[in-house]
Design a protein around this ligand. Structure first.
Ligand code: GLY
Ligand code: MN
Ligand code: MN
Length: 430
């Protein structure tokens, strides 16, 4: 791992929260992700499944966590199964967690090698009245790949056909949506690394630079600060490319007079940061670009004030729509007739602002969370309004990461990252 050791108390607390939500005499299982193949003997870099990570800190493939609070054998109330390692295996496969190291990471005392899983799991299942299985219930999840967890679920259903099953996902969404202090510190660190990357760019961007050169500067700055790299595929979109919401080619030359939209964030210790800033290629916004920029910034500043305990996210999104409508009228992009003729399900403002304003942020960039309950202190959201005008070759989005506080306005984890148009211009011309 590139990141500094995270105190195991975080994971001990996270497991206690999960246990408090479990049914009586139930057992829960969490699997690592697979290492995904490319072809021949190449693989994608490993990315741990966020749930086993959240509950144990184990950032290693082929690991299994079992939580069984009422196991008759106290040693079996929390168990980790890991890929076997020893000094000889380490020569070939590199350093893997020993049983002692796994305890130091997770606080779990009982650690077995993976080849013992089937026999021990059989004993545990004989005692358990139901089993929690972990399906991916993120509303935007859309994948055809069968995960290690999916295969495990099939095996359990085949081998233990009369055990009632329960869903872990709602429990995980609940406990992951409110962040612990340690998690906020890790997210702050990810945001600080992103800040360093962004500041580096302000002295680098000039007419003629290529989008991929900008991406390379960021990658360099992120890696030298102990990040694995980008938290999500970066968007470096100059001119009209900024109007393609999922533009990730980053292969065009940046032209004098254009604005570049940068939706780029570093990860740190598997936590995401998620930033968007827009900068003029030549260091000065035109009056029209600044007008649109300031309209988006106004919506962002007003919207984030609504991220307070008790807010319902569906209502919040409606409120932000009204804020945006007001700005689009001022910019003369829509008029009163457009609003009079709008359909409830597709208001006029959506012609220029067609995505949501906020999402949960955490171990996943579009993190899991409680979308249908009033928001609470300790939740982290992005706030990212935008205006996209393809006919002007201009797209502006501004995005920060905010922690809901008990009292008052949210805490901005990106509060140190330049955001005012004049500040960005001054730094680009320093
Ligand atoms: N970078 C992805 C998003 O802003 O949601
Ligand atoms: Mn975002
Ligand atoms: Mn983003």
């Amino acid at each position: 791992m590139k990141y500094d050791r995270i105190p195991k108390e975080l994971y001990i607390r996270n497991r206690e929260k999960f246990k408090a939500l479990m049914d009586k005499s139930a057992l829960a299982v969490f699997n690592s992700n697979d290492i995904y193949p490319i072809s021949a003997d190449s693989t994608m870099p490993f990315q741990q499944h966020r749930d086993i990570l959240h509950l144990s800190g184990v950032d290693q493939e082929e690991s299994i966590l079992v939580i069984f609070p009422e196991a008759s054998n106290p040693a079996h109330r929390e168990v980790l199964f890991l890929r076997e390692t020893n000094e000889h295996i380490a020569v070939w496969e590199g350093e893997k967690l020993t049983k002692e190291a796994a305890f130091e990471v997770s606080g779990i005392k009982t650690v077995y090698w993976l080849n013992q899983f089937d026999s021990i799991f059989k004993q545990l299942m004989a005692e358990a009245s139901s089993v929690y299985l972990n399906t991916n219930e993120h509303l935007r999840a859309n994948t055809e790949v069968e995960t290690r967890e999916d295969r495990f679920i099939k095996r359990v259903k085949e081998n233990y056909p009369v055990h009632p099953t329960r869903k872990s996902a709602p429990l995980m969404h609940r406990i992951r949506s409110v962040k612990e202090r340690e998690e906020l510190d890790l997210m702050q660190r990810a945001c600080n690394i992103t800040e360093a990357g962004f500041r580096r760019l302000l002295g680098f961007i000039q007419p003629g630079v290529w989008e991929y050169e900008i991406e390379a500067e960021l990658a360099h700055e992120f890696l030298r600060n102990r990040s694995k790299g980008f938290a999500y595929t970066p968007i470096v979109a100059s001119g009209k490319n900024a109007c393609v919401l999922h533009y990730i080619e980053n292969n065009q030359q940046c032209k004098d007079g254009d604005v570049i939209l940068l939706d780029v964030g570093a990860e740190y210790a598997n936590y995401s940061s998620d930033l968007t800033r827009c900068v003029p290629v030549n260091g000065r916004f035109t009056p029209r670009q600044k007008e649109v920029y300031n309209a988006v910034l106004h919506v962002k500043k007003e919207a984030e004030k609504l991220l307070v305990p008790g807010t319902i996210m569906s209502e919040y999104h409606k409120q932000v729509g009204l804020l945006m409508e007001e700005q689009l009228l001022k910019l003369k992009l829509i008029d009163k007739t457009d609003i009079a003729n709008q359909r409830a399900e597709w208001p006029a403002y959506k012609k220029y602002f067609m995505h949501g304003t906020s999402h949960f942020l955490g171990l996943d960039t579009h993190d899991v969370g409680l979308w249908n309950e009033p928001i609470q202190a300790g939740m982290v959201f992005t706030c990212e309004p935008g205006i996209y005008i393809p006919e002007e070759g201009l797209g502006i989005r501004i995005e920060d990461d905010l922690v809901v506080q008990e009292q008052g306005a949210p805490f901005n984890l990106m509060g140190n990252i330049p955001i005012e148009a004049e500040e960005i211009e001054a730094l680009m011309n320093a």
